[in-house]
Design a protein around this ligand. Structure first.
Ligand SMILES: NC(=O)c1ccc[n+]([C@@H]2O[C@H](COP(=O)([O-])OP(=O)(O)OC[C@H]3O[C@@H](n4cnc5c(N)ncnc54)[C@H](OP(=O)(O)O)[C@@H]3O)[C@@H](O)[C@H]2O)c1
Length: 274
């Protein structure tokens, strides 16, 4: 008889992670390999990907390095041809590659920054979902995990363009989930809170601003890439069999802290006559 833990077993499955050279994508890629999957690793830095491939192979899994710029649709299609030829099929697609590019008021946002981040965070996901989605729909099985962010779940001053792309990723996720559910293909989003990676290193370089922000994280700690792995493995495989169109928030409680820390002093008054 199979156990509940078997539902998290990805042995015999193949996965592709975009942005697998560092940060959250790298953690997810090695996490999927730990769970048993063969993993295609996609990013621009071949040397970093080869290092990750070494880690995947040490776990006894197959790794495939794909040097690719996800802002170029043709490069994604070429990478897809290689993956399908080498792996024979794809079970799990993790659209993780992304970036910020500009952090400041909307009125200072250059249109080029807007376009670049839209291409990197949203259009890359559209291209990958089209090419691998068609494959999965034809096979009648597959799981897509799209990286959103808590920035896409509400208003995010200073990151207007980034927030738009991450909100759109959730919208795309829900729409594709509904379109592809009859074909047996699931599509879910992951929305991390603040995680220490190269992407956020500029923000974390300011200790005072970092300390202020931490007060708004109920768990009292910023995320690390490894914390996102369990959710990714869950969404990738049979453990989440009935789950599609969801957005799993991994933020230490940040988005459920309505009003933030300032509200604590405002509200803490003991018994109030009714
Ligand atoms: N860190 C956070 O606090 C946080 C929070 C919420 C959501 N997220 C999301 O999580 C995802 C990963 O973020 P991260 O913090 O791990 O960022 P990161 O450390 O900067 O890593 C970004 C990854 O994307 C790849 N990438 C960037 N541009 C690319 C391109 N044009 N073509 C192919 N690959 C490209 C990078 O590889 P190369 O440079 O080698 O190409 C790298 O592997 C992003 O979608 C981000 O928006 C992050």
């Amino acid at each position: 008889m199979s156990s509940a833990l078997d539902l998290f077993d990805l042995k015999g499955k193949t996965a592709l992670v975009t942005g697998a050279s560092k940060g959250i994508g790298r953690a997810i890629a090695t996490g999927l390999a730990e769970a048993g999957a063969d993993v295609a690793l996609l990013a621009r830095s071949t040397t970093a990907l080869e290092e990750v491939a070494g880690e995947v192979e040490e776990l006894g899994r197959r790794a495939l390095v794909l040097t690719c710029d996800v802002t170029e649709g043709e490069q994604i299609r070429a990478a897809a041809r290689t993956v399908l030829a080498e792996f024979g099929g794809l079970d799990v697609l993790v659209n993780n590659a992304g970036g910020i590019g500009h952090a400041g008021p909307f009125l200072d946002l250059e249109f080029d920054d807007w376009t670049r981040v839209l291409r990197l965070n949203l259009e890359s996901t559209v291209h990958a979902c089209q090419v691998f989605g068609r494959h999965m729909v034809e096979r009648g099985t597959g799981s897509v995990v799209n990286l959103s962010s808590i920035a896409g779940l509400g208003g995010t001053p200073m990151l207007s363009h980034y927030a738009v792309t991450k909100a759109a990723v959730v919208s795309l996720t829900r729409t594709l989930a509904a379109e592809w559910a009859p074909a047996g293909v699931r599509v879910n989003a992951l929305a991390p809170g603040w995680v220490r990676t190269d992407l956020t290193s500029t923000f974390f370089a300011d200790p005072r601003a970092t300390e202020n922000l931490l007060a708004a994280v109920p768990s009292g700690a910023f995320g690390v890439p490894r914390e996102v792995v369990g959710s990714a493995v869950y969404l990738a495989g049979d453990a989440s069999r009935g789950v599609t169109g969801s957005c799993l928030v991994v933020d230490g409680g940040t988005t459920c802290f309505v009003g933030g820390p300032q509200m604590l002093g405002f509200l803490q008054h003991g018994r109030i006559p009714a």
